[in-house]
Write a protein that binds this ligand. Structure first.
Ligand SMILES: *[C@@H]1O[C@H](CO)[C@@H](O)[C@H](O)[C@H]1NC(C)=O
Ligand SMILES: *[C@@H]1O[C@H](CO)[C@@H](O)[C@H](O)[C@H]1NC(C)=O
Length: 228
């Protein structure tokens, strides 16, 4: 009897849907890498992963099938999202097991913020994610270059700071994986407007997110199977 109940519980847990929040600014909102990623996942064991977030637009990706939900907010700074505790409310409305974060572009382009202040905001955001879900799996991007203005040396400084910052914040039950969205990406020919990916940029971004997300999904699924 007990064994039967345990077996049923395990099956239910294995079938529990994983919730993935794409989180960031316009490079997470008004782009099509989410559509490409969702379509790639449909061919894998991760087809049922639920994309979550308040964003609902199809976003001119000529794809009416994909799961539009995301927490990309055009024009937002990491520093402001952290200080205003906006992510806290977003996660309350749409809980997540796995999250990707691509942020810092607006901190640099709009307000030339200090790198240390941006990584401090990242620390606050990670804390807010873990307050929401102590076992959340986190993928953080070293961000894509720009094809306008003179921002890329600052982008490179931020990107250089991210691996060390992430290693300090890493936790066994809530790992952070860093992905490099900068190397091999052209700010001019992979962006449609110097900032936002076009089709080739979307494909590159999706291909960089994908293997790290699979690791995150595997870790999140292992948690659910252990019934924490
Ligand atoms: C964090 O730990 C995981 C293992 O749990 C490891 O795969 C990952 O590379 C680590 N991240 C960093 C930034 O060191
Ligand atoms: C991407 O946009 C850039 C700049 O507008 C252009 O040079 C490039 O040909 C575009 N590539 C694709 C695949 O759309």
């Amino acid at each position: 009897m007990l064994a039967a109940i345990a077996a049923i519980t395990t099956v239910t847990a294995q079938n529990a849907t994983l919730r993935y929040m794409p989180f960031g600014d316009s490079i997470t909102e008004i782009i099509c890498w989410r559509s490409k990623l969702w379509n790639k996942l449909q061919t894998t064991e991760w087809a049922k992963v639920d994309f979550v977030g308040s964003g609902k637009g199809e976003n001119n990706c000529r794809d009416t099938k994909y799961d539009y939900n995301n927490e990309g907010h055009s024009g937002f700074l990491a520093i402001n999202i952290a200080n205003q505790k906006q992510l806290v409310g977003w996660l309350q409305k749409n809980p997540a097991d796995v999250i990707t974060m691509h942020l810092g572009t607006n901190d640099i382009v709009q307000q030339n913020k200090n790198i240390a202040d941006i990584t401090a905001a990242f620390t606050t955001l990670v804390q807010q994610m873990r307050d929401h879900n102590p076992r959340i799996k986190i993928v953080v991007a070293q961000i894509i270059p720009l094809g306008m203005g003179n921002y890329n040396s600052k982008v490179q400084q931020l990107n250089a700071a991210i691996p060390g910052w992430a290693a300090q914040q890493n936790k066994t039950e809530s790992p952070i994986w860093v992905v490099d969205q900068y190397t091999g990406y052209s700010g001019t020919s992979d962006n449609r407007d110097g900032v936002h990916p076009n089709d080739s940029g979307d494909t590159k971004m999706m291909n960089i997110w994908y293997p790290a997300l699979v690791k995150a999904f595997e870790a999140a699924r292992a948690d659910k199977q252990q019934l924490f």
